[in-house]
Design a protein around this ligand. Structure first.
Ligand code: CP
Ligand code: NVA
Length: 306
């Protein structure tokens, strides 16, 4: 693995290795046995969109591993907001930093950064993918369910970055994956092509209850993501997604011990009810904590030969 730009960059072996390293680093941190795996290393943390978890988990994770993480807001701080070309920014930052994390809009911008930086690049979320989140989701599922084989994940809602990454990551891990997205809000075409290769392990349903039936894990996400297209059509989206809310009636179709995951931030009363969210808060906040451990694992694999 040279970069982490999207889930399909990972083989099943690489994915499981990251989860194993994440579990190891989590255990080491809890017993005070943290190793300074990033001693003397520097990580640029570029953000073109807002963030609570991604920014702070990377900052804290790099610090815990003995490195330096620099938060840089591309909209208010870098010359890129005044027109400096991305390929120049990439070549400069690559001379100073050992790795770059970027949260941005287009996947193609992230790929251009990776092409020119000369150092590993990690996707901190694009409109297309959110691999660090899905690694955390998979670590959480494995911890709560004991494994992936024979387990079903159902995603209900917008066919966005989370849906794209959950489909690819879930199928790669060995989960059965079923999705229900309203017409016009399907996951990316290349993701559906990838999923089609998994035959009956993947299904697309129009009714949320059909996707959720027998699920071990239910996942949803915001109806209006932080991308320019979604924000411009927020009102139409709220209408289109009515009927795709994760509520008690929908959860009743899942297995009685089904988990609910949500990458956060959650919009209670939209994609999830407050009651369902709070009933599953323990899992959801384990998932949020696991961002820290999987991101440290990705950095340890890319920069410290783990
Ligand atoms: N889940 C997630 O990526 O959260 P932030 O937007 O707060 O980083
Ligand atoms: N789909 C959401 C995820 C936020 C973490 C977004 O892109 O805004």
């Amino acid at each position: 693995m040279k970069h982490l730009l999207k889930m399909s960059d990972l083989t099943q072996g690489e994915l499981f290795h990251i989860l194993d390293v994440a579990d190891e680093l989590k255990a080491a941190h809890r017993c005070g046995g943290e190793q300074p795996l990033l001693k003397g290393k520097t990580v640029a943390l570029l953000f073109s969109k807002k963030s609570t978890r991604t920014r702070t988990s990377f900052e804290v994770g790099v610090f815990q591993m003995g490195g330096l993480g620099n938060y840089l807001n591309t909209e208010t701080e870098l010359q890129s907001s005044r027109g400096e070309p991305l390929k120049d920014t990439a070549r400069v930052l690559g001379r100073y930093y050992d790795a770059i994390v970027w949260r941005t809009y287009q996947q193609s911008e992230l790929e251009q950064l990776a092409q020119y930086a000369g150092v590993p690049v990690i996707n901190g979320l694009t409109d297309y993918a959110h691999p660090c989140q899905v690694l955390a989701d998979l670590e959480t599922i494995r911890a709560h369910k004991g494994g992936f084989t024979g387990r079903k994940l159902a995603y209900v809602g917008d066919g966005n970055n989370m849906a794209n990454s959950l489909i690819v990551g879930g199928l790669t891990a060995g989960l059965q994956v079923s999705v229900a997205c309203p017409a016009g809000y399907a996951p990316a075409a290349d993701v559906l092509d990838f999923a089609a290769k998994f035959g009956p392990a993947f299904s697309q349903e129009s009714a949320p209850a059909a996707a959720v039936t027998g699920a071990d894990v239910v996942v949803t996400d915001a109806w209006v993501s932080m991308n320019r297209g979604a924000e411009a059509e927020a009102k139409a989206r709220l209408r289109a997604f009515r009927g795709y809310q994760v509520n008690d009636a929908l959860m009743a179709a899942a297995k009685p011990d089904a988990m609910l995951l949500h990458c956060l931030p959650a919009h209670r009363g939209q994609e999830v009810t407050d009651a369902v969210f709070e009933a599953h808060a323990a899992e959801i906040f384990d998932e949020a904590e696991n961002r820290l451990h999987v991101e440290k694992a990705v950095l340890a694999v890319l920069l410290a030969g783990k």
